[in-house]
Design a protein around this ligand. Sequence first.
Ligand SMILES: *Cc1c(COP(=O)(O)O)cnc(C)c1O
Length: 376
Amino acid sequence: MIPFNAPPVVGTELGFMQTAMGSGKLCGDGSFTHRCQQWMESQFGSARVLLTPSCTASLEMAAILLDIQPGDEVIMPSYTFVSTANAFVLRGATIVFVDIRPDTMNIDETLIEAAITPQTRAIVPVHYAGVACEMDHIMALAKKYDLMVVEDAAQGVMSTYKGRALGTIGHIGCYSFHETKNYTAGGEGGATLINHPALIDRAEIIREKGTNRSQFFRGQVDKYTWRDIGSSYLMADLQAAYLWGQLAAAQLINQRRLSLWHRYRDALTYGEEEGRLALPRIPADCVQNAHMFYLKLRDLDDRSAFINHMKDADILTVFHYIPLHDCPAGQRFGRFHGQDTYTSAESARLVRLPLFYNMTDAQQTRVIDAVKRYLA
Ligand SMILES: *Cc1c(COP(=O)(O)O)cnc(C)c1O
């Protein structure tokens, strides 16, 4: 059986975890946490990177940090993971969903302005498949209407837009280190990128249960006290040690994923030329991280038949994201602004092929051959 995903393993993780275990400190903000955070700050160019338990936690931190209140509106695509919306709903916000572009499956930037109301507080672009949203357009709108931008860059670690790392362009960015993403912190993990320096102090307080313990550890205050609302948004250092093994090999992981991605595309381009399916598009301004390789088949029936065909060949392929506006909670906490021209129709056609760091060439050959048999 070829799985859809396997957690990436480089081989150095266990050694780093043993070092962490010998250090006498396994809780958050240990030496591996600092190493990972500093590496990301210098590699990606964010003012402050904070490791968290998950991208879900990072999005929740962002919503608290922006003081999202009941009655506020937050604009995002409906084609995304539930946490993108839930983080803001937890603060009482109403979600305003906007349609996606069929080429990248990202929010259609040209439809955002019409969805802005006096209640709008934030825009949350989701960089689907690690391919950037049109950030120049989105940041210009944020400036014009005085809105905050939180990038859901869960899938975008090591991707860029016009040379800038995803997650560093908005006021806040959120990464995921879940085992299904390109880099993992031993199964679960995330990071909050604070790109707007004025938000750094409060971000550290929110992450430390509402206390200024981070300042205390740096010797900036002689005791720490309860300052604000907050929660425990720290990653255990044992997990950061696993993550360090992956970040230290980030180029290796990225290159392997890209080579798998390009091999899929080269092998299946004929299907697109014959009008049988559609393949992912990477706009000229975007450098991607091969987070995902997907096909878009004719419709839901075609996709179901494809998934069954692949399963018969012992290959797992998956789809995801039932559009949020169609879900019971989406109807309760949100509304769709404008027409759903592409969100529902395109999401019903899309299927993801297996793509993971430790996938072998032989496994990929089997997947490609099975896809070709389906198309024939
Ligand atoms: C995976 C993912 C998340 C959630 O990440 P966790 O680390 O599992 O909390 C959020 N948004 C998007 C777009 C994702 O792909």
